[in-house]
Design a protein around this ligand. Structure first.
Ligand code: ADP
Ligand code: ZN
Length: 723
């Protein structure tokens, strides 16, 4: 009798397929296998047949043989249940979710040793300045040619030259060599009484080996990181793994430094910049349980941890945890589910928790621990409004006189300033003064944004780039193009004009695109090589610069204009976060927020510091509207390069919307972003009662319809984006 295996192959268009397991091969649920598909071979994962029904039962005699089993541990049962749950909840193909748990096949199979280099101590006869610099900076480091070149800030050729003359030698390194183990007692700080109480509870939760979701709600600078580090220390002592999720990889850099100070070595950082050999090593160490602490953004969530003892979601309110392409999942919510399946505690840390999370606390589903004050002598900064109607900036300027004055005073005290504006580039809109022509992206319903640093205009939706034109393409006039409104680059120009002596840095995803760039920025701030930072939301969180004492919010009203359901909440969170960068050390902090409407509830809450009143009012209005977390939304986006085809299917979906008690369907209507990356888009919005299984309704509804491959239909459960 031959044995069969049901396999989820890594092809989202296919359901599970059955294969024969040849003699001598043994598989179990979770085994990673190589399966033939037509003329190709694909990776797949063996699944319990009863949990993954197949539409096409194939007779034993028509089965194809599996080609092989990959020599890595099978995906564990909790992860398999999580994959099923995610696919079900977000209406995604199981294979698309499985893919997130797997490394690329080259990383699974690839080479096992690599060649690294280190100094021999020999000094070359011809010691050029570059060679000297390289040897000095490399010191006793060991690494690939490219890594050493980066460290030394020289070209690869310089490093190769040093190898040739015998100053560097080659070593064969086993790339699966174990990672150093963090030491839970390396440097334990003395905790404040509040911190001690909170950490004791978290440590006990880790020791209990049970699912236990907890909101760690502490003001900015209260030392939340130090508190959850104690829980991590407990997991390390027990030899169990921890996953720390951060909203952006730019934040891993400060995290790695603090982790190393506390535990004596770096954790495993999982991000898209890893080389295939690093990826292989990290993935395998995670799968065998050797890697004790892993930090990463969303993509670290589905890795095959062998014995997870703790999950931490830091800055848990951040909307960047919501994935907006592929599987539209929310990493915070899936992290809690993972904790449930793994049977381990989950810590959601935030100074400005999401209303969804606060509601879980109110319902008693999550526990809550509070850190009401900043650590040490640091005080919360004072927040003051600047009414832009009463004290407007000069013509063509954006920094109002009171903020300019505060900047002067801060710089005179040799302290640092942060100006926050959540807009990349120089100006959000460029138009021709003569004919009114505006630059629109050819692929999207969006204006092109001028970036002077790179002398391009670009689309922030699809990345389309063009050289900044000299003349108007419409009327041909030269020098008639004007920038409308400010972006961070324009604010930086204004700062340079006001304070020509000060050192200014622009910090956005355009200037900080890698962990190394983030490290460089941190080092420059710490060395006080920067006086004034002009930045987007990238600088609003995670960083701790004790000498930064003044924060100016250039346009506090900006986020309120979008009109989406979380606009007020997001504005509140963002400004609280950026305000939280001020005065984190011994020196007091000041925050000025420039606004046209200081009397809106958000601004009032920010100024008075009455977060509870704001949350209460916001929660009430959500409840009244049946908006999340009291009701549910699902977005349905129909898109195609062929507008008529998209419209036709959107209309069909709208027409066949089921009449279900407690559910309403709106649309279709052209999406606010009516065209994106060359595809025309139509939206429908489903609004349902909390208790309704809206996924089931949508599955049946859309499952009965058919459309050509030109048309793509994307369902977004619990959407954060409505454009
Ligand atoms: P949060 O994440 O709540 O904003 P952090 O964890 O960044 O706060 O802590 C703010 C600063 O205070 C950091 O520099 C941190 O090292 C320091 N800190 C917090 N708690 C302690 C402690 N118990 N001992 C020493 N330093 C601490
Ligand atoms: Zn575009």
């Amino acid at each position: 009798m031959s044995s069969r295996a049901r396999v989820l192959v890594l092809n989202s268009a296919l359901g599970p397929l059955d294969y024969r397991v040849p003699h001598g091969m043994s598989v179990q649920p979770g085994s990673i296998v190589i399966a033939p598909l037509g003329p190709r071979q694909l990776l797949g994962v063996v699944w319990e047949p009863e949990r993954m029904p197949s539409d096409a039962e194939v007779g034993d005699n028509r089965l194809r043989n599996l080609v092989g089993v990959v020599d890595v541990p099978p995906l564990g049962e909790p992860l398999r249940r999580l994959i099923e749950w995610t696919a079900d909840y977000y209406l995604a193909p199981a294979a698309a979710v499985v893919r997130m748990a797997m490394p690329s096949s080259s990383a699974l199979e690839g080479v096992k040793t690599i060649t690294e280099y280190r100094a021999t101590g020999e000094v070359p006869d011809r010691l050029t300045p570059q060679r000297e610099q390289a040897l000095e900076r490399i010191g006793d480091r060991q690494g690939l040619i490219r890594e050493l070149a980066t460290v030394a800030d020289v070209s690869d050729a310089v490093i190769r030259g040093l190898v040739k003359v015998g100053a560097l030698e080659a070593l064969q390194v086993d790339i699966d060599s174990p990672y150093p183990l963090p030491d839970p007692d390396h440097h334990q700080p003395a905790l404040s009484p509040d911190q001690r109480a909170a950490s004791a509870t978290l440590v006990a939760n880790v020791a209990a080996h049970e699912f236990h979701p907890t909101l760690l709600d502490g003001v900015t600078g209260s030392g939340k990181t130090e508190v959850y580090f104690e829980a991590i220390a407990e997991a390390i002592r027990e030899g169990r793994q921890t996953l720390v999720l951060l909203p952006e990889i730019a934040l891993t850099e400060p995290f790695l430094k603090r982790f190393t100070a506390r535990f004596g070595c770096e954790p495993i950082a999982w991000h898209s910049g890893l080389r295939s050999s690093q990826r292989r090593r990290a993935w395998r160490a995670i799968a065998t349980g050797q890697a004790l602490v892993t930090v990463g953004a969303r993509s670290a969530l589905f890795l095959p941890y062998a014995n997870l003892g703790l999950i931490v979601v830091d800055e848990a309110h951040e909307t960047s945890f919501k994935q907006e392409e592929g599987v539209h999942y929310h990493a915070r919510d899936v992290a809690v589910m993972r904790g449930k399946f793994e049977g381990c505690p989950v810590i959601l840390a935030s100074a400005t928790p999401a209303i969804e999370t606060r509601q879980q606390v109110a319902l008693g589903r999550y526990a809550e621990l509070k850190l009401p004050g900043r650590w040490g002598a640091a005080e919360m900064p004072a927040i003051e409004p600047i009414d832009l109607i009463q004290s407007p900036p000069d013509r063509g300027r954006w920094i109002a006189p009171p903020l300019v004055k505060a900047m002067e005073e801060t710089l005179a005290r040799r302290e640092q300033v942060l100006l926050f504006l959540n807009r990349r580039g120089y100006a959000p809109l460029t138009l021709c003064r003569t004919c009114g022509h505006r630059f629109q992206c050819p692929n999207c319903t969006a204006w092109m944004v001028e970036h002077r640093l790179i002398q391009r205009i670009t689309c922030h939706h699809c990345g389309h780039l063009e050289p900044t034109p000299r003349a108007c393409p419409e009327c041909g006039n030269e020098d008639t193009l004007v920038a409308v409104g400010p972006g961070v680059e324009r604010i930086a120009d204004e700062v340079k004009a006001l304070f020509p002596e000060a050192k200014t840095a622009v910090v956005t995803s355009d200037t900080i695109w890698s962990p190394a760039k983030a490290a460089e920025f941190v080092a420059r701030m710490e060395a006080h090589d920067i006086d004034i930072v002009v930045g987007t939301q990238l600088v609003t969180k995670g960083y701790h610069f004790p000498n930064l004492t003044l924060v100016g919010v250039i346009d506090a009203d900006l986020g309120l204009n979008g009109g989406d359901l979380r606009a007020s909440e997001r504005t509140f969170q963002q400004i609280m976060q950026v305000a939280g960068r001020a005065g984190r050390g011994a020196k007091p902090g000041h925050v000025y927020i420039q606004t046209h409407s200081p009397d809106t509830p958000v601004m009032r809450a920010l100024i008075t510091g009455d977060a509870e009143a704001f949350y209460a009012a916001e929660t009430d209005s959500r409840r009244e509207a049946g908006a999340p977390p009291f009701g549910r939304f699902a977005g349905i986006v129909v898109s195609s390069e062929d507008k008529a085809a998209a419209q036709e299917i959107a209309t069909l979906i709208g027409r066949t919307a089921p009449q279900v008690d407690g559910m309403e369907t709106y649309g279709p209507a052209p999406a606010p972003l009516a065209m994106l990356r060359g595809r025309h888009r139509f939206r429908l919005l489903v609004h349902a009662r909390r208790a309704l299984d809206v996924q089931d309704v949508i599955r049946t509804w859309l499952g009965a319809l058919d459309w050509s491959s030109k048309v793509r239909v994307t369902v977004d459960i619990d959407p954060y984006s409505f454009v």
